[in-house]
Design a protein around this ligand. Structure first.
Ligand code: ZN
Length: 262
């Protein structure tokens, strides 16, 4: 059972830190309310062997924060990580409404609908230093895969992971406002609600050197390693050359396909 100690930050209920021991190592979990009302749970092992992981959920009314903290504490007292504590319902929304996509484009559109997941964890940082968000299973698989690559002397750097449909919608609306036509926009971007990045299971990767998100990635040691080993970690290239989805070849775009029990 973890040893538990409560520590309050800033003297109020905006954050609660639980210090405990996991397999003899000092660790901590904290619940933090962000300014936008979202609540993050983070935990970490003090020896740095474990990546900092945070769970994200939609805004909670303030009075619920204490209840949420109490539930988190109970989970830690029971010795279980708060695996499903902060899950939420996947959001389904018509992201295309009001975007003005011509009907003939929608009629011929070949990408599958991709809904956002109910839970995301912070699986380290992307190469730009921003938080990398993935589903818990994809995060575990990604961490195992990146460690295996590193052991083989290969660098895999995430360029991006989860991207929200709202963000995708904003990007596309911005391109429209700049006067780009739909063909130009959709040759490089999926419509909001249709990007595999909304799933939280998909990563754009880079090998540390050379151009980012360019076809030349296929000539790198990182791509050779992924082609040989990514399948062991349940990652597959979504858009190989001449793929049936009509999407340009994207050697950097790898999606996690969970197996039973993952
Ligand atoms: Zn991608």
């Amino acid at each position: 059972m973890p040893e538990l100690k409560r520590r309050w930050i800033n003297g109020h209920a905006h954050a609660l830190v639980l210090d405990y021991h996991q397999r003899g190592l000092p660790a901590s979990a904290s619940l933090v309310r962000k300014r936008d009302g979202a609540v993050l749970v983070r935990w970490s092992l003090a020896n740095g062997t474990h990546p900092r992981i945070a769970r994200k959920r939609p805004p909670l009314p303030s009075r619920d924060l204490l209840g949420e903290m109490a539930r988190l504490e109970a989970r830690f007292k029971a010795g279980t990580a708060a695996q499903r504590l902060l899950s939420r319902q996947p959001r389904r929304k018509d992201w295309l409404q009001g975007l003005g996509v011509p009907t003939e484009i929608l009629r011929d559109y070949r990408l599958q609908r991709c809904d956002e997941p109910g839970e995301l964890v912070e699986a380290g940082r992307d190469r730009g230093g921003r938080s990398l968000w993935l589903t818990p299973a994809a995060a575990r698989a990604w961490l195992r895969m990146s460690i295996a690559a590193r052991r083989d002397g290969v660098v895999l750097e995430p360029v991006s992971g989860f991207r929200s449909a709202a963000y995708q919608r904003m990007l596309i609306a911005r391109k429209r406002a700049r006067g780009l036509d739909w063909d130009a926009i959709l040759s490089v971007s999926a419509l909001p609600g249709f990007s595999e990045h909304h799933l939280g299971t998909t990563l754009d990767l880079h090998g540390g050197d050379g151009a980012v998100l360019e076809e030349s990635f296929e000539n790198t040691a990182a791509f050779a390693w992924l082609s040989a080993h990514a399948g062991r970690f349940s990652f597959r290239l979504s858009y190989p050359r001449d793929n049936p989805h009509g999407i340009a070849y994207e050697p950097w775009h790898w999606r996690f396909h969970p197996q039973a029990g993952q």
